[in-house]
Design a protein around this ligand. Structure first.
Ligand code: GDP
Length: 450
């Protein structure tokens, strides 16, 4: 049985979409399930088949930003499910499907779990009003309503996608729901929710996405029975996980392997492989401490590295400039341990090409003590100082290199040092944004042995 979880071991935006697309297509995945998050995600995928031959599909080499649709959508025959752990904005989802179809992508296999929760306009309103009310303590959410939708889920008042198909229930339940939402909005200075409007919206969504709403359990059960390959796709990273992240600057869902099981319906014992994705340098969007953060020209150098503007460090969902810093091995080690990673993927190694030297934080210094883990108190973490190790940079480009042994020696040494500090083998090195721009360690030997 082949079940792989792909999880972020940073603060999100590590390049999980690219890794999922690459693994799904290389392995012929039968099922890719998004297990957490919603429209706040922005997984950039640049699918590429056969070097761009004339017979290539129209979507070849197009830069896609997938917010809700799983990154297996470019793998022929792969069923893509937004799992029970996700929250879905139906209008955003429909827009994404329309964009994919405009590029000739087959979206028939994209399905939505009836257990996933619905993100409604009222959730976006609450998100905005709550962020405004927090003033200086604003968390820097994407304002997509994701937090409030999860809040309603946990409060057991939310709407699930399956509810959209039960019009009788909606007519019974929505009056209470609209009143409850109006009460919450009033507390934040917002306008009441119109019941009729809400009913019409739900009816419209039922008509437009009803055919994709399914009970995902039999799909997962059968795929497991057939042996997969199944890939579980995470959103955000351990640094923003609801339990393990830099609380309160976290997302409202679990982003680790544990959540991959509950959010997909794949039993935890079936997950044999966990690929932890980290960027070759730290990036973070939103609030909260980033211990290795750089500022000014140094940060800008990392932010704008890479060939095209689409690779630059600006959020795929919000367009916000990402904060950048040196690789934080303390956070990555803890993330890999919590996730039970069996392999690491280090993306954007090419972004460090040409730097005379590169740094890795190997420990934190806090209140005169050396720490080898991330303190749970985020206010204390904000005072932690990184303890750096400096390694030589590389002038020969790693960009586009697809074979491990052809990576510049110093780049391999850098990946090796990350491996030693994190304690998990680095198996994949990203050398560009598109699907084939990745070097897999051991792949040459494997090919030669075949
Ligand atoms: P995700 O949310 O984890 O899927 O990550 P994002 O898509 O938000 O951010 C990753 C960014 O890095 C995107 O712009 C990708 O196109 C880009 N990217 C991913 N891997 C590589 C790589 O190896 N090299 C370069 N240059 N860009 C990469």
């Amino acid at each position: 049985m082949s079940v792989t979880a792909v999880v972020g071991c940073g603060w999100g935006d590590e390049g999980k979409g690219k890794i999922v697309d690459a693994l799904a297509s290389a392995r012929g995945a039968k099922l890719v399930i998004r297990f957490n998050g919603g429209p706040n995600a922005g997984h950039t995928v640049v699918p590429e088949v056969d070097g761009g031959a004339a017979s290539a599909p129209r979507w070849n080499r197009v830069v896609f930003r997938l917010h809700q649709v799983p990154s297996g959508v470019f793998t022929p025959g792969c069923v893509c499910v937004c799992g029970p752990g996700t929250v879905i904005d139906p209008d955003g989802f429909l827009a994404e499907i329309a964009e994919l179809e405009a590029h000739g992508v087959d979206t028939e296999r994209v399905l939505l779990s009836d257990r996933a929760h619905v993100v409604l306009p009222v959730h976006r309103q609450r998100d905005r009003l709550l962020e405004a009310a927090r003033e200086g303590l604003a968390q820097g959410t994407t304002l997509r309503g994701v937090g409030p939708a999860y809040e309603d889920k946990v409060a057991r008042i939310g709407l699930r996608l399956g509810d959209l198909l039960d019009r009788e229930y909606l007519r019974e339940y929505l009056p209470f729901f609209a009143d409850e939402q109006s009460r919450r909005l009033a507390g934040l200075g917002g306008e009441p929710v119109g019941l009729q409007e809400l009913l019409e919206l739900c009816d419209r969504w039922a008509d437009r996405i009803g055919n994709r709403i399914v009970d995902s359990y039999p799909i997962v059960r059968d795929a497991l029975h057939e042996g997969g390959p199944i890939i579980l796709e995470g959103q955000l990273g351990a640094g923003r996980d609801i339990d393990w992240g830099i609380y309160p600057y976290v997302t409202s869902s679990g982003a680790t392997t544990g959540a991959a099981a509950t959010g997909s319906g794949v039993p935890a014992t079936a997950i044999r492989e966990v690929v932890g994705v980290v960027k070759a340098f730290a990036t973070s969007v939103g609030g909260g401490p980033l211990v290795t953060e750089l500022f000014g020209a140094e940060a800008e150098r990392l932010r704008t590295a890479g060939g095209a503007e689409t690779e630059h460090e600006y959020g795929a969902t919000t367009g916000r400039a990402r904060r950048c810093g040196w690789f934080d091995a303390v956070a990555a080690r803890q993330a890999a341990a919590i996730n039970g990673c069996t392999a690491m993927a280090v993306t954007k190694l090419d972004a460090l090409d040409g730097l005379p030297e590169v740094k890795i934080a190997t420990a934190y210094e806090l209140d005169g003590q050396m720490l080898d883990h991330v303190p749970s108190n985020t206010r204390r973490l904000a005072h932690a100082e990184p303890v750096y190790e400096t390694l030589p940079g590389w002038t020969a480009p790693s960009r586009e290199i697809r074979e491990w042994d052809r990576l510049p020696e110093a780049a391999r040494a850098y990946a090796g040092r990350i491996e030693a500090l994190v304690g998990v083998p680095v198996v994949y090195a990203g050398t560009g944004p598109s699907r084939p721009e990745m070097a897999e360690r051991g792949a040459q030997e494997e090919r030669a042995a075949r």
